[in-house]
Each structure stands twice: as C-alpha cells, then as structure tokens.
Design a protein around this ligand. Structure first.
Ligand code: C2G
Length: 131
C-alpha cells in the first residue's frame, strides 16, 4: 500500500484544494491530511474562517481523504512520515523546495497550484461584494 501525506489549513474549501487532494490520492492508495490547528494557523500567521473541527468535518466528506491528523508544528512532518510509514509527501508548488529535507524519508512531490483561486481571494471578493 502506498501512503501519501499532505498538509494544509483547507479553509473555505475550493477547487484548488480538491485538485491537490485528488492528485495526491492518485499517487497512492491511502491519503493522510495533516490539518492545521488554530494554534498552527497562528504560527503560520493565517486566520481561518472555520474552526479545526469544522474544517475536519468538511475534509472527512471528501472522497480522496482517508485519514486526518492535526498539524501543530512545522517540525512534526518527519515523525508523521515515520509513524504513518508515508511513501510520498505532496504539497502545492507554492511550497516548491521548502520541504526538500523530507527527501531523506520519502518521495517529495510539488504539484502545480490551481490558478485563480485561493481562500484569500474568496474573502476579498466577498468583502468587495464582487460575487
Ligand atoms: N493549493 C492549490 N491551489 C490553490 C490553493 C491551494 O494547489 N489555488 C494547495 C496548496 O499548495 C497546499 C494545499 O492546497 O498544498 C492547502 O493549501 P492551504 O490550505 O492554503 O495550506 P497552506 O497554508 O499552504 O499550509 O505545513 C504545510 C502548511 O500547513 C501548508
């Protein structure tokens, strides 16, 4: 069984998130998502609209997601990869190169981001009543 792992906040789920989750799952048999907690969002200087529990409920309903673990720190990835015996680590290419240190533990793949959509853009458009 090929286990794939990826991480993110996954707030206000949109097709960019779905695209990366689908492509990540297509690389293996079992996809684990490290879901950023409120604490870690603060570390990332990110404010999620939905709470961890709300974002987890949404992720759990996505067919590509097999398992969800909390993401609390930058440093936990090595332990996660070892503990879950992950074969492939996937992130969008906005993170290109940032996680190459994980190549010692598993394959590292950066996939092209979906252009034209982001949680920030959704919030800005709604704020401007563009949509
Ligand atoms: N993504 C994408 N296309 C978009 C938006 C996001 O492919 N238009 C991808 C990102 O590249 C990332 C995943 O969707 O791989 C989740 O994105 P975010 O929820 O914004 O997560 P991020 O803040 O990048 O957190 O330790 C890693 C961090 O937790 C990543």
């Amino acid at each position: 069984m090929t286990t794939v792992i990826t991480y993110g906040t996954f707030d206000l789920i949109h097709e960019g998130h779905i695209n990366i989750l689908r492509r990540a799952k297509d690389l293996g048999d079992h996809l684990i998502v490290g879901l950023s907690t409120e604490h870690f969002n603060t570390v990332k200087n990110k404010k999620a609209y939905h709470t961890y529990d709300q974002r987890k409920i949404v992720l759990q309903a996505i067919r590509y997601v097999d398992e969800i673990i909390p993401e609390n720190t930058w440093e936990q990835k090595v332990d996660d990869i070892r503990r879950h015996d992950a074969d492939i680590f996937v992130m969008g290419d906005d993170w290109e190169g940032k996680f190459d240190y994980l190549k010692k533990y598993c394959k590292v793949i950066y996939l092209p981001r979906t252009r034209g959509i982001s949680t920030t853009k959704i919030k800005e458009d709604l704020f401007r009543h563009d949509r």
